[in-house]
Design a protein around this ligand. Structure first.
Ligand SMILES: C[S@@+](CC[C@H](N)C(=O)[O-])C[C@H]1O[C@@H](n2cnc3c(N)ncnc32)[C@H](O)[C@@H]1O
Length: 258
């Protein structure tokens, strides 16, 4: 019975994530959704700034603290291994929904592309960013990343395998394609308002800091020279910026759990 409840919980968490992810696409570029980054009644600039930075900080804190190995180890004992990832996904999605709900528009336009062709190209780049995000999740392990593998294995009394380190497809071009996709999607807009710029600057800064000082630190600790070799051969976030594009990585390392 407990396993079925965990299964339903995990599936629900995944659906809430899907809603938050799809809503993000509309939110960031003012498409389709009732409340977007530039819609709603404006309040004074300082209050809007404080509220928006506060909202993004809630997401950043939740996302960073709950992803650390030490926190996970402690949290496993409370929530159980099977439901840990789903809970992480659920809380991240709720933090995103809070951002969409409470975001304060700051609609002064900083720049706007009037040329229809150029605006369509920028819109295309925006969608390409989201596609990179989605495809990259499948290149590491979409279902494990979003907790579904864990809840199904739990139902089958199977121990979920430790995720393996990947250097395939986009991961051979940059070390963080998911984050690259987000950065592209957050900056590619035909009309840049103060609110959108704030969103892009804060999220990009958070991504770069979290990736460099948290995620990569954990990966280096878990994988040792396999990861440092990978760092030497594959650029962090901008493709083709390393002299050597030979990304052959020690195959022994690929088997390590991370
Ligand atoms: C949200 S994903 C982001 C991955 C990566 N930073 C990116 O932007 O594509 C975070 C998880 O991916 C894992 N991860 C990062 N690089 C990986 C790789 N090359 N192969 C497998 N898992 C990886 C991390 O250990 C972490 O659990």
């Amino acid at each position: 019975m407990k396993k079925i409840i965990i299964l339903i919980y995990g599936i629900l968490a995944y659906f809430i994530f899907l809603i938050a992810f799809l809503y993000a696409i509309g939110f960031v570029n003012n498409l389709w959704v009732p409340k977007s980054i530039d819609s709603g009644v404006e309040i004074d600039t300082l209050n809007a700034l404080l509220i928006n930075v506060g909202l993004l900080s809630v997401f950043a804190l939740q996302h960073s603290v709950m992803a650390r190995p030490a926190f996970k180890k402690w949290w496993f004992n409370i929530i159980g291994k099977a439901a840990e990832r789903s809970t992480y996904i659920l809380l991240s999605s709720l933090a995103l929904l809070l951002i969409y709900w409470q975001w304060q528009p700051m609609t002064t336009v900083l720049w706007s592309v009037d040329n229809a062709v150029l605006a369509s190209i920028i819109q295309g780049v925006f969608f390409m960013g989201w596609l990179i995000v989605l495809l990259s999740t499948f290149m590491i392990s979409h279902f494990e990343l979003f907790g579904l593998t864990q809840i199904v294995d739990n139902l089958k009394n199977k121990v979920t395998k430790e995720p393996s380190f990947k250097v395939n497809y986009f991961y051979g071009l940059v070390r963080h394609p998911i984050m690259l996709g987000f950065i592209i999607a957050f900056w590619a807009t035909p009309t840049m308002t103060i609110g959108h710029l704030l969103f892009a600057v804060v999220t990009t800064s958070y991504i770069l800091i979290a990736v460099k000082f948290l995620e990569e630190k954990d990966l280096k600790k878990a994988l040792g020279t396999t990861y440092t070799d990978y760092q030497k051969k594959v650029p962090m976030i901008i493709p083709f910026t390393k002299l050597s594009n030979n990304n052959t990585i020690d195959p022994q390392g690929l088997k390590s759990g991370i």
